[in-house]
Design a protein around this ligand. Structure first.
Ligand code: AMP
Length: 398
């Protein structure tokens, strides 16, 4: 079975075609500037160079048509016809409380995704447009929605409620949802495989550390807490997002600087985080280089990032009464050895110890623990597309 995985944004659309028998990505690519002048498709067949196709894409349906054309093209295609695509898996950002697992898409599911637009005004509309575009271009091909929030729906009320009037939860669904769920699920399952134990017997802390970062406590296979909240702004300090701050700062700064809610939101999402602290960049590679050259603010920004991640790891170990494995994933977690060293550095009392040489190695799933460590420290490259494809296969081959 071949599955097309779609991640639709407001003006972009990422895709991967995955052969499920061989667990191989046959082609992947990105449509940019959908609905804007200068739109183009970057298509990369496995093992070949990227082809750039400049073509007008007034709508997402036009983008999907171009993707299919590229996939079946005699020059750079990877399948003979569209009929080879058995199902489509869609990344959907917010499933609210309605979706605690992936589902086959029908009208009711679309209505449910629509109901969550309030909670993810930038993402859910784009995800819906992607779904409807596929329905139009590939009628009859089953489609599955895989939600970023779903894996976290197992959290108990003590972890997902905020200390606000209960009516805010009842009326507006204000609560912690958590994000990156597909990634946390994928790496926790891989961790269990690597440790040779069922997930249901393990306590795992997964650290998805990239431009956006979140940490999750997965107790015997169920998420019991996670650092992101109602929105992906909460938790650890991120590339441009502030993470957890004293909520009173919001009204204080709005008054001081005369900011309206939208402007304040923009400051916290786009001008804060390690970018705001360093004044240099949101990219961790730039910060490491600047810190190496002696830039104090870059160093402080990095220290703050490591420190906040460590605080979540420590608190989640407390919540679960211990931990069997800590997993690092995503751009920073997978590639940044100093980050893993700093986050784990004071956790020896818990039985965490990493091997400095193994920590420097690159590539693939790996165990970087010291031989005598009681808690395993793992690095697992995340693969959200494969997780979406696996769920899509499971639900459509019933
Ligand atoms: P993601 O959001 O998962 O794509 O992660 C993006 C972040 O990962 C950026 O801040 C990058 O600087 C960081 N990153 C990617 N590769 C490396 C690397 N080799 N060393 C340090 N940071 C990296």
């Amino acid at each position: 079975m071949k599955i097309l995985v779609i991640n639709a944004g407001s003006s972009s659309l990422k895709y991967q075609l995955i052969d499920m028998e061989q667990k191989l990505v046959m082609a992947k690519g990105l449509c940019e500037r959908i609905g804007i002048d200068g739109s183009r498709l970057k298509h990369t067949p496995a093992g070949k160079d990227t082809v750039v196709i400049d073509s007008a894409m007034p709508t997402h349906a036009d983008a999907i048509t171009l993707v299919i054309d590229a996939l079946v093209s005699p020059e750079h295609g990877v399948i003979a016809s569209m009929d080879e695509i058995g199902a489509v898996g869609h990344r959907v950002v917010h499933g609210g409380e309605s979706f605690s697992e992936s589902v086959v898409i029908d009208e009711k599911v679309k209505a449910g995704i629509r109901e969550c637009i309030d909670l993810a005004p930038l993402h859910n509309p784009a995800n819906l447009i992607g779904i409807e575009a596929c329905e139009k271009v590939m009628p009859g091909v089953p489609q599955v929605a895989v939600f970023d929030t779903a894996f976290h729906q197992t959290m108990p009320a003590q972890a997902y409620l905020y200390g606000l009037p209960y009516e805010y939860y009842q009326t507006y669904k204000v609560r912690r949802y958590g994000f990156h769920g597909t990634s946390h699920k994928y790496v926790s399952q891989r961790a269990a495989e690597m440790l040779g134990k069922p997930l249901s017997e393990l306590r795992i802390i997964t650290c998805h550390l990239g431009n956006g970062s979140s940490v999750a406590a997965i107790d015997h296979g169920k998420v019991v807490d996670t650092s992101m909240g109602l929105t992906p702004l909460a938790g650890v300090i991120m590339g441009t997002r502030c993470g957890d701050i004293d909520p009173a700062i919001v009204t204080f700064m709005m008054e001081k600087e005369g900011l309206d809610p939208k402007a304040m939101d923009n400051v916290m999402n786009k001008q804060s985080g390690v970018l705001g602290i360093s004044g240099i960049s949101s990219d961790f590679r730039d910060l490491l280089a600047a810190a190496d050259e002696g830039n104090e603010r870059a160093k402080t920004a990095l220290d703050m990032f490591f420190y906040t991640v460590k605080k979540f790891v420590g608190s989640y170990a407390a919540v679960m009464g211990g931990v069997d494995a800590i997993v690092f994933t995503a751009g920073v977690g997978e590639n940044n050895a100093p980050c893993r060293a700093a986050v784990t550095s004071t956790l020896g009392y818990m039985g965490v110890a990493i091997d400095p040489e193994l920590n420097q190695q690159r590539g693939g799933d790996r165990d970087i623990s010291a031989p005598d460590a009681k808690v395993r420290t793992l690095v697992i490259p995340t693969d959200e597309e494969m997780m979406i494809a696996l769920d899509t296969q499971r639900l459509t081959s019933k």
